[in-house]
Design a protein around this ligand. Structure first.
Ligand code: SF4
Ligand code: SF4
Ligand code: SF4
Ligand code: SF4
Length: 608
């Protein structure tokens, strides 16, 4: 009977403790805390709604010219209803959710390490949210004996935190070790891991300062032992000082008799809600690190400050969810499901722009497409990031959003022109984005907006006209481009050409020269003549020649050159240089048109 009464007493204390846990983090102005939480939730929900509406509004592809937002919304609802009603589509949906969303089979097939990293971050964070953030609403209801300071909950929470941290560190390490062009890094690629790591680390630090805090110990003793008598509390203090790492000042003596009394008091009042802090595998090393400093940090009220930081970072993550890369948590599963139901081209015309807009949000910027892209190595020579599919996607998003940046759209046009539509990016994209369809749609959009493929507008002037423009235009400076990679500045280095003996082999093997009936008329200069001009430091003349634009980069000239001159690389670099200057001219001219008056040369001379 006595034992059962004790257990019942402990249980009611445990429940009371559960409801009072947050109080032991220090007194918080609850109105402010609740307001921040609700505000974050409202921003999050409003943001999600905005993104969903945007899916039906963003014009991506030629079909969007003919269908408005309402028909697109209806088409999306029809497709969704058909998926839920038709057994075949429903089966495909369930299969995709299981294999592609829950198991992440696409990533597993590509790399086990990447899959493990992804799973650690995703499931670690998801379980932390379920088990820890919503402990009152979920965990306490599922487990009647739940207390956050009790095992296995305390151990599991710390283990999940370690999973997220290890995943974040591994993801950053991989991003650093796999370099451009295979993977590029944007601010958002670093911000999201930093945010997740910040949440976990502040949580661990908070737990560590709570463990060593004598103030929290006093509060708990006062609430549950209901004693203010120092002599009665002293054995419990000694026991908690030794076994629970509470940093009392001065430290109590650990006399064996006192410790036995402390153990008895602990079993009576505390054991039902507290496991030893060594089980907090993430926070415990921090406990050992800060315990010697406890005297110095005692007055800082760190439990309160860290609680605020942890809480506010978590609210920030919630509010940013629809406006950051985190949104792929919604968009990527939708994209995978849509892909499983068929390619975008087989969808109704009214639904295609919506699918494409949704795909733009599903990209995680993982760079897998770059690794498989047939033309990614060209980025090493033409430093146009829009050649890489992961970056081209950003250009497509800018174009669809109506961003006014002519130079960016010209770069996108060049990237689209270089793409061979091999479909490898689509096949390997872990988010299931139909990239090939996006490229076709964006190319049509570019053409419609006047950003034809580069040779379309370059061909409007003869080589000598371009050479003249390049020489005389005030905005065409031959300075170093931010996109130009320093290791491929061949054209300005005399060592590149000094060995050329003008043997004409490069010209004789060139298929472009061979295909021309009159090379002087069609190409103006042959590869050998260009090499000669470069030797004579007449780069500006060589820059504008048609040969530079007509070279198909077959590398025959370079392979056959008896002197190992990098003929094809030089031609590529010249084209890149000319293109960069033309973009610069065009952009500045547009800026001038909107404000100042351009004097020389006339706008017409460089207008595409
Ligand atoms: S398009 Fe796909 S593969 Fe490429 S970066 Fe985005 S999610 Fe990764
Ligand atoms: S379709 Fe274009 S972007 Fe995609 S892998 Fe092939 S060449 Fe690269
Ligand atoms: S670049 Fe090579 S192949 Fe061409 S003319 Fe010079 S030495 Fe001959
Ligand atoms: S790389 Fe260009 S210049 Fe050289 S052989 Fe091929 S087409 Fe001719």
């Amino acid at each position: 009977m006595e034992e059962s009464a004790r257990l019942s007493r402990n249980r009611s204390r445990r429940l009371a403790l559960l409801h009072n846990q947050k109080r032991y983090s220090g007194e918080k102005p609850m109105r402010f805390v609740t307001l921040v939480a609700y505000l974050s939730l409202i921003i999050c929900l409003a943001g999600i709604l905005y993104r969903l509406v945007r899916w039906c509004a963003l014009p991506v592809g030629p079909e969007s010219e003919d269908v408005g937002i309402i028909p697109r919304l209806l088409a999306a609802i029809t497709a969704l209803t058909a998926t839920l009603v038709l057994p075949r589509r429903l089966f495909a949906l369930m299969r995709t959710v299981l294999l592609e969303v829950i198991v992440q089979r696409r990533i597993l097939r590509q790399s086990r390490v990447r899959w493990a990293v992804h799973m650690m971050i995703f499931y670690g964070m998801l379980l932390l949210i379920v088990m820890h953030t919503f402990d009152d609403q979920i965990t306490a209801h599922w487990f009647s004996g739940y207390a956050s300071t009790l095992n296995p909950f305390m151990f599991l929470r710390n283990l999940l935190g370690i999973m997220v941290l290890v995943g974040v560190i591994a993801a950053l390490w991989r991003r650093r070790s796999i370099r451009t062009p295979r993977r590029t890094t944007a601010f958002s690629d670093l911000f999201l891991p930093a945010l997740l790591a910040g949440i976990v680390l502040t949580g661990a630090a908070l737990e560590a300062v709570q463990i060593i805090s004598p103030t929290l110990f006093d509060q708990m003793v006062s609430d549950y032992m209901r004693s203010e008598d120092p002599e009665e509390i002293a054995p419990l203090k000694a026991f908690w000082s030794e076994r629970f790492e509470v940093a009392f000042t001065p430290p109590p003596t650990h006399d064996p008799l006192v410790m036995r009394q402390g153990r008895r008091l602990h079993a009576e009042y505390c054991a039902a809600c507290h496991s030893r802090p060594v089980s907090a595998v993430l926070a415990f090393p921090l406990v050992l690190a800060i315990k010697p400093l406890s005297e110095h940090i005692a007055g800082l009220d760190l439990t309160t400050w860290l609680w605020y930081v942890h809480y506010l970072i978590s609210c920030l993550a919630l509010a940013l969810l629809p406006f950051s890369k985190l949104f792929h948590l919604f968009a990527a599963p939708v994209s995978l499901i849509a892909r499983a139901l068929g390619p975008a081209a087989t969808d109704s015309p009214a639904n295609r722009p919506t699918r494409r807009a949704m795909s733009l949000d599903a990209c995680t910027h993982c760079g897998v497409c770059n690794r498989h892209c047939a033309v990614a190595p060209i980025f090493q020579v033409i430093a146009n990031p829009r050649i890489l599919p992961s970056e081209k996607l950003g250009g497509v998003a800018d174009l669809a959003a109506g961003r006014k940046d002519a130079c960016a759209h010209i770069l996108l046009a060049e990237g689209s022109c270089i793409c061979t539509a091999c479909g490898r990016c689509t096949r390997f994209c872990p988010s299931g984005i139909d990239l090939q369809d996006l490229w076709a749609a964006s190319t049509a959009d570019l053409n419609r907006q006047g950003y034809a493929e580069p040779h379309g507008w370059i061909g409007r002037h003869t080589a000598s006209e371009w050479a003249q423009i390049l020489k005389t235009h005030p905005h065409s400076n031959p300075g170093k481009s931010s996109l130009q990679r320093p290791d491929i500045r061949l054209a300005d280095n005399p060592d590149t050409f000094w060995a050329c003996i003008q043997c004409s082999t490069c010209t004789n093997v060139c298929p472009v020269v061979a295909a021309s009936e009159d090379p002087q008329r069609d190409l103006e200069l042959t590869p050998q003549q260009i090499m000669n001009l470069m030797r004579l430091q007449l780069k500006e003349t060589a820059l504008g020649s048609r040969m530079v634009w007509n070279c198909v980069t077959c590398y025959k000239c370079q392979e056959h050159c008896p002197q190992n001159v990098r003929v094809a690389d030089v031609l590529y670099e010249l084209r890149n240089e000319a293109f960069r200057r033309l973009c610069q001219c065009r952009r500045r001219t547009e800026e001038d048109d909107s404000g100042r008056q351009l004097t020389s040369p006339s706008r017409r001379s460089i207008d595409a």
